[in-house]
Write a protein that binds this ligand. Sequence first.
Ligand SMILES: Cc1ncc(COP(=O)(O)O)c(C=O)c1O
Length: 444
Amino acid sequence: MSTLKTTPYADILPLTAEADAEGRLSIGGCDLRELAERFGTPLYIYDEHSIRAACRAYRRAFEAELPSLRVLYAAKAWLSPALTQILVDEGLGMDVVSGGELYTALAGGMPAEQIGFHGNAKGIDELAQALDAGVGRIIIDNDDELDALERLTRERGATQTVMLRITPGVNARTHVKTTTGLKDSKFGFPLPSGQAAAAVERALAAPGLDLSGFHIHLGSPIYDLQPYRDGIAVAAGFAAEMQQRHGYRWREFSPGGGFAIGYTDDRLPPTHAAYAEAVGAALRAACEDHRLPLPEVHIEPGRSVVGRAGVALYSVVSRKEIPGTRSYVAVDGGMADNIRPAMYDSQYRALPAERIFADRDRTVTIAGKFCESGDVLVRDAALPDLQPGELIAMPAAGAYQLAMESNYNLALRPAVVMLRDGEARLVRRRQTFEDLLSHEVLDR
Ligand SMILES: Cc1ncc(COP(=O)(O)O)c(C=O)c1O
């Protein structure tokens, strides 16, 4: 095996990626061609070592900056019971946003106390499910949710620890569809309008609610550090105002997630240490300025825990050369397993998995197989001349791809394997045609 360290792809592939002299890629000690033959394509592969390394990097970097820390994995990035077991093993908690995520987290062995329940439109059934499961925190988003929680805790004679999600009016300069910290957002209590302050008053007066602190999540992925500093300054100013007005002292604070990964080798994120230093320094300074206690900090990385660990593996199916216009290479997956290019104009690299060092002398557009002309995975990729049956690996595929997958065109959802030390463990089998009909009601 030769190292990939000298290639530009080393920073966007999983940590265990290697290539042999011919340029055949392996991950977690497993050859990609062998995996494709054993499990079929499209295939989603996850490198367990990269997931564990990300968990440890967050804990190490943020614990060096802050005396009290929880790392809650944002399950929306990708969730499965197999992943949950790894996260529990690494000492992470979880942020969930639906009854389904809560159910899956618990099924995977995540202790309820380590779970934070988010969402801008949690149903009464979901709130009841969260209370009955005993989740550690519910992050309240709006006044109707406050009403519902007051009622549900009263009915149960219970007390629930809650945080308030506030929108600080900070622009994280992410894609407009993933920016959440501005006043005009469907998430959280707006701060400048006084709605956040009114929510604090209500939460403090509710006998069944124990307000532990505040939450801001600014968007995703955030490649700059400044939005975190700005968000923290606003949140701490608000906490100080609440301390003055009500004698309320915050115990917990979350800057959310949003930490970035590299999708292409020309845009790489800050290090874990840089994010941690930005958050830690901003919070310590703000607490000192406002004479606030330093709260326990909850960070919620999702993308950056699983994103780089995952690779999508496709087979080339067909090619179309339109003279003077464009060369298409169509693969056996696309927008049903990766909606991100169509939804967010996300950029990816496509790599020839069996000859990674080959000359990339063609400019081709990698199209998916779905019946939408917008189903394009990579526009104008530099690749060698690809033949049907060849394998294409797309790095940085671990987050917000499977999590947003669909059965569009009634495509079967791909298998998922977890790789470690040369072993490939199937953690989700490929769907079957029978699965497609399994919840249909046939009325004959
Ligand atoms: C409240 C909250 N926390 C954490 C995250 C995770 O973001 P990321 O996956 O970018 O770390 C999100 C993502 O949208 C979120 O809404």
